[in-house]
Design a protein around this ligand. Structure first.
Ligand code: PEP
Ligand code: CO
Length: 449
């Protein structure tokens, strides 16, 4: 008999990575406030995403999950949201056109605030401070007061998520994402680059194809799929109090959904089988993900699949591997093998970012573009060897012209990192590197399958 589940049953398990709120009454007050707010997403939308992910699990579609490592309260603007969406749409067009399969688009957006940390303290210069845990908890400024967890930040994160989601819905349904505008998504600083030129050539082909359809008498105006896209939201379900406060019962099915985002995932540091994060997410109806790092054993992955998706529902569970470029092929193959043999219909996605982070001599955390490509390449080889579908990628990017990851056609070096290093957490691909990556991924997968 399965143990019973409620939105608060996680509270009897050990919850790693929770902030120590100094004022528990203030925390409970903030959570009560959020519990009274409207849901951010609807159960039916989460079910649509799950149906699309089922297509990915079956090898008929590809998942592109992308956005900030940590969204920022300070960098919150329409521009910022639009530029990120623009890059995601461009990457999706490149992948769709080159691979010939639908691309399921999921943003690390509208809620991706909370950060797990390797250590509760960090050293900044001579100062030892409590770690920054994302703007939903504390502030990044290097002083002790800024690092005190403030529960009102959860309320602010809710409101920022609502505004972000509102704009995403407007952009994706209101004409901005129209395939007839595929060329207009190129930003100036991208247009002149080699990957920008490649994109311009591809978008010209798409425009010709649309002209051709119209010349054949097809009324392209009437196909909403040419004018609108679905972009879903996701984040790491780290702060379980916040997630519980947004968990609501769907009136249609009676099922509980975490209405803070369409998809939630469990991070590498919180995936203990008897831990609170697995307990919480096993009971919600949303499609869910779990990161799997290089220490994961086949036995563990099978237990995880059993815990999170005992009914083997296709699209319910996405396993996001983050092994490191040099380990991925060997570490992943036994996992693919075991999951395939057990018949679990999972989506396999590759996070090529978190296993390839290093600190440059100037102290900046960075990732090299070629290591990111190498990890995806090893991921694809592992799938080819096991006869499974390399279902998607999970990446950290921004639409801006930042200098956070080295390499790419600009050949950014670690000396360039100080120019425009703007992330509040992990280093992100800039718009040009992201577009370049989409072309490289499409080639890797096309060549392999
Ligand atoms: C992240 O996705 O930003 C993250 C912290 O990843 P992981 O849990 O894989 O380390
Ligand atoms: Co990150």
């Amino acid at each position: 008999m399965a143990r019973s589940w409620t939105p608060s049953s996680w509270q009897s398990c050990v919850a790693e990575q929770q902030p120590e709120w100094p004022d528990v009454a203030a925390r409970d007050g903030a959570l009560a406030q959020i519990a009274g707010f409207p849901p951010l997403v609807f159960a039916g939308e989460a079910r649509s995403l799950q149906a699309s992910l089922a297509q990915v699990a079956a090898g008929n579609a590809f998942l592109l999950q992308a956005g900030d490592c940590a969204e920022s309260f300070d960098e919150f603007s329409a521009n910022n949201i639009r530029e990120k969406l623009r890059v995601i749409l461009q990457m999706a067009v490149v992948l769709t056109y080159s691979m010939g399969v639908p691309v399921v688009k999921v943003g690390r957006m509208a809620g991706q605030f909370a950060k797990p940390r390797s250590s509760p303290f960090e050293k900044i210069g001579d100062l030892e401070l409590p770690s920054f845990r994302g703007h939903i908890v504390n502030d990044v400024h290097p002083n002790a007061e800024a690092r005190i967890p403030d529960p009102q930040r959860m309320v602010q994160a809710y409101h920022q998520s609502a505004s972000t989601l509102n704009l995403l819905r407007a952009f994706t349904k209101g004409g901005f994402a129209d395939l007839n505008r595929v060329n207009a998504w190129t930003q100036e600083f991208v247009a002149s680059s080699p990957e920008g030129q490649r994109y311009v050539a591809l978008s010209a082909e798409i425009e010709r194809a649309l002209d051709f359809m119209r010349a054949c008498g097809i009324d392209t105006e009437n196909y909403s799929s040419l004018h609108e896209v679905d972009v879903y939201t996701s984040h790491e379900a780290l702060l379980l109090g916040y997630e519980e406060a947004l968990t609501r019962q769907d009136s249609l099915t009676g099922q509980w959904y975490d209405c803070s985002a369409h998809m939630l995932w469990i991070g590498e540091r919180t995936r203990q089988l008897d831990g609170a994060h697995v307990e919480f997410l096993r009971g919600v109806g949303n499609p869910i993900g779990c990161k799997v790092g290089p220490t994961t054993s086949p036995e563990f992955v099978l237990e995880l699949c059993e815990a999170l998706n005992p009914a083997q529902v296709p699209g319910r569970l996405t396993l996001i591997s983050r092994m490191g470029a040099d380990k991925v092929e060997d570490s992943l193959r036994p996992l693919l093998h075991a999951v395939r043999d057990a018949g679990h219909p999972v989506v396999w996605a590759c996070d090529p970012m978190h296993g390839n982070t290093f600190t440059a001599p100037n102290g900046r955390k960075t990732r090299h573009f070629e290591s990111i490509v190498d990890e995806i390449s090893g991921f694809v080889r592992a799938h080819k060897a096991e006869g499974t579908w390399p279902g998607g990628i999970h990446i950290e990017l921004t639409g801006d012209d930042v200098t956070e990851c080295t390499g790419g056609t600009d050949d950014l070096t670690s000396d360039d990192l100080d120019d425009r290093y703007e992330t509040i957490c992990d280093p992100r691909l800039n718009a040009r590197q992201s577009l370049d990556l989409a072309f490289r991924v499409a080639e890797l997968i096309r060549d392999a399958v």
